[in-house]
Structures are given as structure tokens and as C-alpha cells.
Design a protein around this ligand. Structure first.
Ligand SMILES: NC(=O)c1ccc[n+]([C@@H]2O[C@H](COP(=O)([O-])OP(=O)(O)OC[C@H]3O[C@@H](n4cnc5c(N)ncnc54)[C@H](OP(=O)(O)O)[C@@H]3O)[C@@H](O)[C@H]2O)c1
Length: 235
């Protein structure tokens, strides 16, 4: 059987490492990369997709359905900063524009990916849909404050995943739907905030760990939030 994996956001630091690891895994015959632009040097299957443009997601879903039912779908898109938008250190920095943008990319986008791709997963065998969240989106773990937009958009993503998991289980009891914290990983997203991080992970190491966590998940884990080492993260 052709086992298929899909990586959404495959041009990003962690997304690319996930796509490369899955390609090297003989357990998967096809790895389909989705991103706004073809990942540099990527010779495998690629479909253009902007997670905020449902038309591109619908077209990608149709193309994937023509290949088969994906057993792994990883959503590795996300935003923490860009030029002119940095995480808020204090409430005086809050703006509706920044909050709206972060909620769109970090919460609405993965929800739309689920809308179009979760129905492609097989009904008769296990599958895993994982969205990369962040430990800072944990309400229970929030001791430092700050980073309002990123924290709250990831908390919203976590609730979306939990809600999707409940609906998904009704038609696909073997399907698992989770939020994953990748660790602090050496990518463009974390680059301005890496000083003093004791255990910065290389993207390849994080990707290998995340894929190992996905391999170990069972239907009892659906709707959960797990770190790269497999430990549950508090909501
Ligand atoms: N790195 C860390 O330490 C860390 C820690 C905790 C959680 N995470 C989470 O892990 C995930 C991956 O992060 P990363 O470190 O790999 O960051 P990254 O290298 O910046 O990759 C993020 C990717 O998201 C894509 N993206 C943003 N908006 C998009 C849209 N509308 N449509 C399609 N793609 C879009 C970007 O695409 P373009 O290339 O087209 O801009 C980029 O390739 C994110 O959800 C992040 O929040 C990362």
C-alpha cells in the first residue's frame, strides 16, 4: 500500500526538516509538500498552498485525493514575528492588526487546513493529523506573560484541535488529531529569541522527535497536546 504523508508549510525550518525525514522513511512512499513557494531544492511532490486562501487548499486537497488517503498530515506553518511585528512585551503594545494577523496565521489557517485535508484521511486504518502549536500557548504553563498575540493564537489553535478531534473521531475512530510543541528549534521563527536558550534543537532533531511521537500516538491520545519528547503539555 502507498503510504502518504503531507507536510503543510514545507518551506519553513521545521516543515522542511519534517518533509526530508519523511522522505527518508521507507514507511512512506509519497511525501507531498504544501507551501506558498516550492521549498528550495525540493524535488518531490509539491502543491502550492496558502493556508489563508481556501481556494488553494481545496485544489491541493483534490490533488492529494487523487494520490490516496494520507496517514500523516503535519501543519508546520506559523508566525511569531516579521518586519514591523514583534511579540508584545506589554499591554501597551497590543494592536488589533497584530492580533488579527497572528490569529489568522496561527489559528484560522490550520483550522482551514483541517477542513480540507482531514476528510482525506483513511477510515479503515490509523492516521495522525498534527498541528505545530507552542508551549507558550499553554494557559496553565504561562508564568512569564507577554507575547499576547502568539500565546493567545496558539491557545486558540489548541482548542480548535481538541474540537476537531471530537468531530473527527465520529467518522474515523482510528484517526488521531493533536497539537504538538516542537521544542525551541533553530529556525527563522525563533532566531531573535535564541539567546540563553539552553536546549536549542536542530530542525532535523526536532523533526525526528516529532515524527517518533506521532508514530507512538493511539486513538486514546486524540485531542491532546504533546511536546517533542512525548510528554503531555498542560492546557
Ligand atoms: N522554532 C521554534 O522554536 C518553535 C517553537 C514552538 C513552536 N513552533 C511552531 O512550529 C511551527 C513551525 O515553525 P518554524 O520554526 O519552522 O518557523 P518558520 O521557519 O518561520 O516556518 C513557518 C512557515 O509558515 C509558513 N506560513 C506562514 N503563513 C503562511 C500562509 N498563510 N500560508 C502558507 N504558509 C505560511 C511560512 O511560509 P513562507 O516561507 O511562505 O513565509 C514559513 O515557511 C510554527 O507553528 C511555530 O509556531 C516553533
Amino acid at each position: 500500500m502507498t503510504r502518504i504523508a503531507v507536510v503543510v508549510g514545507a518551506a519553513g525550518g521545521i516543515g522542511r526538516a519534517l518533509a526530508d525525514r519523511l522522505t527518508a522513511d521507507p514507511g512512506f512512499a509519497r511525501v507531498v509538500a504544501l507551501s506558498r513557494r516550492r521549498p528550495e531544492g525540493w524535488a518531490g511532490d509539491w502543491l502550492p498552498a496558502d493556508i489563508l486562501d481556501e481556494r488553494t487548499l481545496a485544489m491541493a486537497a483534490q490533488a492529494i485525493a487523487g494520490i490516496g488517503a494520507p496517514e500523516r498530515i503535519v501543519v508546520a506553518t506559523g508566525r511569531l514575528h516579521r518586519t514591523g511585528l514583534m511579540p508584545e512585551k506589554a499591554m501597551r503594545a497590543l494592536s488589533v492588526e497584530a492580533l488579527t494577523e497572528l490569529f489568522a496565521v496561527n489559528a484560522a489557517g490550520p483550522a482551514l487546513v483541517a477542513k480540507h485535508l482531514l476528510p482525506l484521511t483513511p477510515r479503515d486504518r490509523p492516521s495522525v493529523f498534527a498541528a505545530l502549536s507552542a508551549r507558550v500557548g499553554s494557559i496553565g504553563d504561562n508564568r512569564l506573560g507577554g507575547w499576547y498575540g502568539y500565546r493567545t493564537s496558539k491557545a486558540a489553535l489548541n482548542m480548535l484541535i481538541r474540537t476537531l478531534a471530537i468531530e473527527h473521531a465520529r467518522t474515523r475512530p482510528l484517526g488521531v488529531c493533536v497539537a504538538l510543541h516542537p521544542g525551541t528549534v533553530d529556525t527563522a521563527l525563533s532566531q531573535p529569541f535564541q539567546a540563553g536558550v539552553p536546549d536549542l534543537l536542530a530542525p532535523g532533531r526536532a523533526a525526528a522527535a516529532l515524527l517518533a511521537v506521532m508514530d507512538r500516538l493511539t486513538p486514546a491520545d486524540t485531542g491532546g497536546f504533546f511536546a517533542w519528547d512525548g510528554t503531555p503539555v498542560p492546557w
